[in-house]
Design a protein around this ligand. Structure first.
Ligand code: TYD
Length: 210
């Protein structure tokens, strides 16, 4: 089972993945948690290029291709072997991030970015994608109060960009209603986590029935 978590900045994805990881381990699942961009040595090197605040001249299409390249490397080196080995793989961001950020918010087109990503991921679409739905303004405020010293290049984008990312995710929810499930991010972290965990268990149980 391949489960991905998506959302704008400051949605708490990482904390939620950590909690779900612990729970599934306790239930006896083999679980692997990872993140994008990055998750393997080469993919992390590509991540450094993409997120370097000094790389202001990075072309939008080049950026989309770098994300796809990083995704491919991480998929082949880490995700696919773990899935083949029976692990539940929990991934912080995946293809939908590219569709929302590069495709929709950067204006490259969801379809166009999907095309390069199809080449990168073959048929490796997640079994479940959880989109944490949080007003981007609230997310950015959380980041600024939590880790003001650690803002990356994309954190610094104008608010308009984050609003577009948010709209982009809503387009994806319409495109993939079966795969992408929405969790209300305006609840407490504990409540968001519980809603996500419920969806994860439903998907794992469905997988057992098959
Ligand atoms: P990161 O610090 O990991 O952010 P977060 O904790 O919010 O996941 O930085 C990842 C950034 O890269 C984030 O702003 C989203 C962006 N991104 C894309 O634009 N396209 C992609 O395909 C992926 C995977 C991430």
């Amino acid at each position: 089972m391949f489960i991905t978590f998506e959302g704008g900045e400051g949605t708490g994805k990482t904390s939620i993945i950590n909690l779900i990881y612990q729970d599934l381990i306790k239930l006896g699942y083999k679980v692997y948690k990872t993140r994008e961009p990055g998750g393997s040595k080469i993919a992390e090197q590509i991540r450094d290029v993409i997120l370097d605040v000094k790389n202001t001249e990075l072309d939008y299409k080049a950026e989309a291709l770098l994300y796809a390249a990083s995704r491919r490397q991480h998929l082949m080196e880490v995700v696919k072997p773990k899935l083949d080995d029976g692990y539940v793989v929990l991934c912080d961001r995946y293809v939908d991030s590219s569709l929302a950020y590069q495709g929709y918010a950067r204006g490259l087109g969801i379809r166009e970015v999907l095309e390069i990503n199809r080449y990168a991921i073959d048929d490796y679409f997640p079994n479940l994608t959880i989109f944490i739905d949080l007003d981007p303004k609230v997310g950015i405020e959380r980041i600024q109060s939590n880790r003001s010293s650690d803002l990356n290049r994309l954190d610094l984008e104008r608010m308009a960009f984050h609003n577009k990312v948010y709209e982009g995710y809503h387009e994806l929810v319409k495109m993939y209603p079966e795969r992408i499930k929405v969790v209300n991010g305006h609840q407490t972290l504990e409540e968001v986590y519980k809603s996500c965990y419920k969806l994860v268990l439903e998907t794992l149980n469905k997988g057992k029935d098959k």
